[in-house]
Ligand binder design. Structure first.
Ligand code: GDP
Ligand code: NAG
Ligand code: NAG
Ligand code: MG
Length: 501
C-alpha cells in the first residue's frame, strides 16, 4: 500500500471517480445455485430449451467455423468415448460440429476406428504434435536443473508436479495448441477432455450465440487455483505488463484486486507507479509548484497563489515516497476459468499480446520450475486483452470433470420442449428430468447430486464474477496503465484555464 504523507489536491482531480463500492444484488441467505445470476451484461443465451429444429431452420442461423478439440492418449480411449457419447447426445447430434484429436504420439488404428464409430458421421481429424513443439525448449529439456526442479515438486507434493508429461500438457495448452495446423483451420473451438460429462441438453448453437452477442470466451466453472502451483506466475505477468506497457482489459479485475499503475517520463513521478490515483495528486502538485515558480518570474503577486505556496511548503517537508515493491502490491486472487471446458475464439490467444505473453512466461521457466496450469495462464493472459463483457458464463451447461461439477436447476416450462432424438442411437426411454424452478436456466438437466454443486461449495470466484457483472460498465474504474504524461497535460490545461498562463 502506498503511504502518502503529502496532502491531497482536490481541485484538479480529472480522472476523479473513486471506485464505486461494488454493489451487489446477492442475497447471502441463499446458496448461489438458487439465485438468478443473470445480469444485463451477461446471462444464459436462452432462459429455457429451444426448439432446435426451428432454430436450425431460421434463415439467419449460420453454422460457425468451429470444431471440438481434444488432446488425448491412445490408452484413454474408453474415457474419450464416454465424453463423445455425452456431447453427441446432449448437443452435437443436432449440430454436427467436427472434431480434432491431438496427441504427442500417433493415434493407433483402433483408437481412430472407435472414435469414428462414436462420432456418428461428424468430420474427424487426428493430429500428431511435433516433438519440437511438445517438448520443452532444447536448452532446457535434458538439463539437470530441469529434472531436479520436477522431482523437487514431487517431494513438495505439488499436485502432478513431478509428472513431466503433465508439465508438457500444461505448456502445450497454455500457448501452443492453437498453433497446430489442424486447429488453425477454425475460428472457434470447444475444448473437451476424456471422461467429462454433460447433464443438460444444449439445444442452441453456442458458437453462433457467442458470435451474435459479441462474446469471445465462455466458461462453466470458475474456481481458485492451488497457490503452490503458481507462486511466481503473477510476478512474471506484472513484469511483462510493465515492460510492454500493456493496457489490460477490464477482465483483469476478475483476477486481481482493483488497481491502476502509473507510467511517466518524469523519473520522480515514476516512484508512484503503484499508486494509481494517488499519482494524480503528485502530478497536480508538480504542476502547481511549477506554475507558482513561473508566476514568481513574471513578478506577479506570489501571495495570491495559496494553493501553490502550500504545495511548495509541503513538498519541501514531505519524505520521498518509498517503494516497497514495484510488482507485488497487487495480488492474484487465484481465480481462473477451469480450462478443461472452453468455448472460445482462437484469436483470443492467437494475437500478438498473448503470444508474446506466452513466450515471456516460457523464458521465465515457470512451466517446469513451477507447475503452472494452462487454466490460470489462460485466465490471466486473456485479461491482458479482454473485457468482462467479452466473457460468457455458460451457466446453463451442466458439466462434470473429475469430482467437480456444475449442474443448473432446470428452467420452468421445459416440458414444452420435448426431447427429439436425431436418430435411433440417442433415443431416450422414461427419462425423468429434474424439476424446474424460478432461478433455473437448464434445459432437460438430470443432475447427479445437487450437494456437490461447485457454485455453492467453492463460491468465491463466482461471487466476484457476479458482483463485477452487476456493476455498470462506466463504473469500471480499471484503466490498467495510467499515462502520466497525458495526465500531466490535462492537469496543466485545467490549471491554465483556472489561473491563466
Ligand atoms: N497425448 C497426450 N495427452 C495428454 C498427456 N497428458 C495429458 N494429456 C491430455 O491433456 C488433458 C488434461 O490432462 P488430464 O490428465 O485430464 O489433467 P487434469 O484434467 O488436469 O486432471 C486430457 O485431455 C489428457 O488426455 C500426454 O502426455 N499426452
Ligand atoms: C459403435 O457404437 C455403438 C454405439 O453407438 C456401440 O454399441 C458399438 O459397440 C460400437 N462399435 C465399436 C466397434 O466400438
Ligand atoms: C475458417 O477459419 C480459418 C481460420 O481463420 C480459415 O483459414 C478458413 O478458411 C475458414 N473456413 C471457412 C469454411 O470459412
Ligand atoms: Mg482432465
Amino acid at each position: 500500500m502506498c503511504v502518502l504523507t503529502a496532502f491531497m489536491i482536490t481541485l484538479w482531480v480529472i480522472l476523479a471517480s473513486e471506485p464505486v463500492s461494488v454493489s451487489t444484488t446477492l442475497d447471502n441467505s441463499l446458496p448461489l445455485s438458487k439465485m438468478d445470476l443473470a445480469t444485463e451484461r451477461d446471462r444464459p443465451f436462452y432462459s429455457n430449451c429451444v426448439d432446435t429444429r426451428e432454430y436450425l431452420l431460421n434463415p439467419s442461423y449460420t453454422k460457425q467455423n468451429a470444431s471440438f478439440v481434444m488432446l488425448a492418449r491412445n490408452e484413454e480411449i474408453e474415457d474419450v468415448i464416454k465424453t463423445i457419447y455425452s456431447i453427441e447426445e446432449h448437443f452435437n447430434q443436432w449440430f454436427h460440429y467436427p472434431y480434432v484429436f491431438l496427441n504427442d504420439q500417433p493415434f493407433e488404428e483402433d483408437f481412430k476406428a472407435k472414435i469414428l464409430n462414436a462420432t456418428s458421421g461428424a468430420d474427424v481429424e487426428f493430429g500428431t504434435i511435433d516433438e519440437i513443439v511438445w517438448n520443452f525448449p532444447i536448452d532446457v529439456k535434458d538439463t539437470f536443473d530441469f529434472y531436479n526442479a520436477i522431482e523437487d515438486q514431487g517431494d513438495r507434493s505439488i499436485l502432478y508436479g513431478n509428472l513431466e508429461s503433465y508439465h508438457k500438457m500444461c505448456r502445450f495448452y497454455s500457448g501452443l495448441f492453437y498453433k497446430h495446423p489442424l486447429i488453425q483451420k477454425f475460428e472457434w473451438y470447444w475444448r473437451l477432455e476424456p471422461d467429462v460429462e454433460f447433464f443438460c441438453d444444449i439445444t442452441y448453437d453456442p458458437f453462433w450465440e457467442m458470435f451474435q452477442n459479441n462474446k469471445k470466451y465462455g466458461f462453466t466453472i470458475i474456481i481458485p487455483e492451488l497457490y503452490w502451483t503458481v507462486p511466481n506466475l503473477f510476478r512474471h505477468t506484472k513484469s511483462f505488463v510493465r515492460k510492454k506497457a500493456i493496457k489490460m482489459g477490464s477482465l483483469w479485475k476478475l483476477f486481481t484486486k482493483d488497481y491502476n499503475f502509473f507510467e511517466s517520463d518524469d523519473a520522480e513521478l515514476r516512484d508512484w507507479i503503484n499508486c494509481g490515483s494517488k499519482a494524480e495528486a503528485k502530478v497536480s502538485e508538480k504542476v502547481a509548484i511549477e506554475h507558482l515558480l513561473k508566476k514568481g518570474d513574471n513578478s506577479r503577486k506570489i501571495n495570491d497563489d495559496k494553493e501553490g505556496i502550500s504545495n511548495l511548503i509541503n513538498k519541501a517537508r514531505s519524505k520521498k515516497h518509498i517503494i516497497e515493491d514495484k510488482f507485488f502490491n497487487e495480488e492474484y486472487n487465484l481465480c481462473h476459468f477451469w480450462s478443461n471446458f472452453e468455448i472460445a475464439r482462437l484469436s483470443v490467444f492467437d494475437n500478438d499480446i498473448y503470444n508474446d505473453f506466452f513466450q515471456y512466461l516460457e523464458k521465465s521457466g515457470g512451466f517446469w520450475k513451477e507447475r503452472w496450469g494452462d487454466a490460470p495462464v489462460h485466465s490471466i493472459g486473456l485479461s491482458l486483452t479482454l473485457d468482462l463483457d467479452d466473457i460468457h458464463y455458460f451457466r446453463d451447461i451442466g458439466y462434470r470433470h473429475s469430482a467437480i461439477q456444475h449442474c443448473p436447476w432446470n428452467a420452468i416450462g421445459n416440458e414444452e420442449f420435448p426431447y427429439v432424438a436425431s436418430g435411433s442411437k440417442f433415443k431416450r426411454k422414461n427419462v425423468v428430468y429434474d424439476e424446474g424452478s424460478d432461478f433455473g436456466c437448464g434445459c432437460r438437466c438430470k443432475c447427479p447430486k445437487k450437494k456437490h454443486e461447485i457454485e455453492d461449495s467453492t463460491s468465491l470466484c463466482v461471487s466476484i464474477w457476479v458482483k463485477l457483472m452487476n456493476q455498470q460498465r462506466n463504473h469500471e474504474r480499471h484503466v490498467g496503465v495510467l499515462n502520466g504524461d497525458e495526465m500531466e497535460r490535462n492537469i496543466r490545461e485545467d490549471y491554465s484555464k483556472t489561473y491563466g498562463n
